[in-house]
Design a protein. Structure first.
Length: 313
């Protein structure tokens, strides 16, 4: 079965999809702990992102070496690793961490659920991947559910209108940055290099960008003395980055950026479920309705067949 023919009925796609969704659904509460607490002891977001991808890139280089993947990409491979690494691992994550200073993590996760929209649009525009009517219908239903979740989180937020505008704006920039990287990973040209090697260098270039940004925005470097900070950082770097991104980009290549992005739709629902246990989050009728509608839309969209993909080079 070729990559273009595989779908969510294939366990090699479905099981990794469920795993990364569960892991990424848990990251929001970890990020909240990293940027919250006493401001005098908190590590600025840019440094936390830099530390996270220093750990993740080191782990990915180790994976590449263990699996025998060549780390020699050539000038073209390094150029592509730089072009997708900066949007995915620098612009995206710095935007998300910064947004959580203005609005709740739930609101940020809900806005990020819209990743399927630019992914599908850019895949149609640049990769010539046609979108089926069933997928469009399911996506529209899912977006309606996301809208209800957004309204619920907005009502629960204590942020001012200006803070909401800044937080949502930063999150949307992160969504677009992630979408650009998703589309690049779906391009046939990137399949010429082993995914572990490409990700190792992409994370490395993203980490360099993060360090430069951290020096510019949050000098001097800050190191936390909280054990839970470093436990959380190890989880984000090793599990939520080095483990999940190879799985996620394999799914992008198998089913296309639009369907792969449905993991972002489930993430806020999982984050709210975790918050129910860890933070006594109370589900309102609006949140319940939004979650059910979003899941129904996802069920409709993911039953659609992926249309043939034109050769994009």
């Amino acid at each position: 079965m070729s990559g273009d023919e595989r779908g969510f009925r294939d366990p090699r796609v479905l099981l990794p999809f469920l795993l990364i969704t569960l892991i990424w659904g848990s990251t929001w509460i970890v990020i909240k702990d990293q940027i919250g607490g006493d401001p005098a002891q908190a590590v600025p977001g840019p440094w936390s992102v830099a530390y996270r991808f220093a750990i993740a890139s080191a782990a990915m280089f180790a994976v590449a070496l263990v699996t025998g993947a060549s780390l020699r990409l050539g000038s073209a491979g390094h150029g592509l690793a730089l072009l997708f690494g900066l949007p995915q691992f620098c612009f995206n994550f710095n935007s998300v961490y910064a947004a959580e200073h203005y609005v709740t993590s739930g609101l940020v996760a809900t806005v990020f659920a819209l990743l399927m929209v630019p992914n599908s649009a850019l895949a149609w525009l640049f990769l010539k991947q046609r979108v089926s009517g069933r997928f469009m219908l399911g996506s529209a239903i899912a977006c309606a559910g996301v809208a209800l979740l957004f309204v619920q989180e907005l009502r629960a937020s204590a942020a001012t209108p200006a803070e909401v505008a800044i937080g949502v704006g930063l999150t949307l920039f992160g969504v677009l940055s992630a979408s650009v990287a998703n589309i690049m990973q779906a391009h046939r040209r990137l399949a010429a290099w082993p995914l572990p090697s490409l990700l190792a260098w992409g994370m490395f270039y993203g980490m360099i960008g993060n360090v430069l940004f951290a020096f510019a925005a949050a000098w001097p470097p800050v190191v936390s003395d909280r054990p839970f900070y470093w436990i959380g950082l190890a989880y984000l770097g090793l599990v939520a980055s080095a483990l999940t991104f190879p799985l996620y980009f394999s799914i992008v290549r198998a089913v296309g950026p639009g369907k792969a992005a449905y993991s972002s739709l489930l993430i806020p629902i999982i984050a709210m479920a975790i918050s129910t246990v860890a933070e006594d989050y109370a589900w309102s009728p609006l949140a319940i309705a939004g979650g059910l509608i979003a899941l129904a839309g996802m069920a409709v969209a993911l039953r659609s067949r992926r249309p043939p993909v034109a050769d994009s080079g």
